[in-house]
Ligand binder design. Structure first.
Ligand code: GDP
Ligand code: MG
Length: 181
């Protein structure tokens, strides 16, 4: 009964970026703790949730996994940004074009959040492919870091497939909450 009565705050998190960068796989990883066997192309927007217990408070992350190149995006985009708590901008570390697109994704965010300070995160996905691909076809981590800094964003490189800290994510999939040291 007490768990039913626990206050639950919902945080709306928007996942943005070119198609193919791994937005759906990342939201799947965040909500289910695993890499999906197969993914369908996203149409419009999909929703996934993740419950967290932080300092005795139940937090619900509501992940909005959007599609990049849909024709009806323009009519939907205002809904995406309404009451949003954080935006994750995703690119693929092995696809410089997806990094170059960030400028227009950031501009879309700016236009739809005028007068609001929304925490924004830059996330380079598919870091597991770094060693498998030629270095000159990759997005340099230092550039990405300074790009994030210039735009006031937090920066992470990660992999939805093989997370750099696999042990931590295995614990997360059991529903445990990592503690800050
Ligand atoms: P979206 O269009 O941004 O939603 O991208 P998807 O999540 O559909 O992923 C596009 C493709 O990239 C799929 O074939 C995924 O299996 C693959 N993918 C996604 N994340 C990763 C990752 O971290 N590492 C690798 N190697 N492949 C990934
Ligand atoms: Mg998708």
């Amino acid at each position: 009964v007490s768990s039913l009565m626990t206050r639950c705050r919902t945080f709306k998190v928007l996942v943005i970026g070119d198609s193919g960068v791994g937005k759906t796989c990342l939201t799947h990883r965040l909500s289910a703790g695993e890499f999906p066997m197969r993914v369908e192309a996203t149409i419009g927007v999909d929703f996934r949730e993740r419950l967290l217990d932080i300092d005795g408070e139940r937090i619900k992350l509501q992940l909005w996994d959007t599609a990049g190149q849909e024709r009806f995006r323009k009519s939907m985009v205002q809904h995406y940004y309404r009451n949003v708590h954080a935006v994750l901008f995703i690119y693929d570390v092995t696809c410089p074009a997806s990094f170059r697109s960030l400028t227009s994704w950031i501009e879309e965010c700016r236009q739809n959040s005028i007068g609001r300070e929304i925490p924004r995160f830059l996330i380079g996905n598919k870091s597991d492919l770094r060693n498998a691909c030629r270095t000159d076809g990759q997005v340099n981590q230092e550039w990405a870091m300074s790009f994030a800094k210039a735009h006031g964003m937090m920066f992470f490189e990660t992999s939805a497939k093989n997370p750099p800290n696999a042990q931590a994510s295995a614990r997360l999939s059991d529903g445990e909450v990592p503690h800050q040291q």
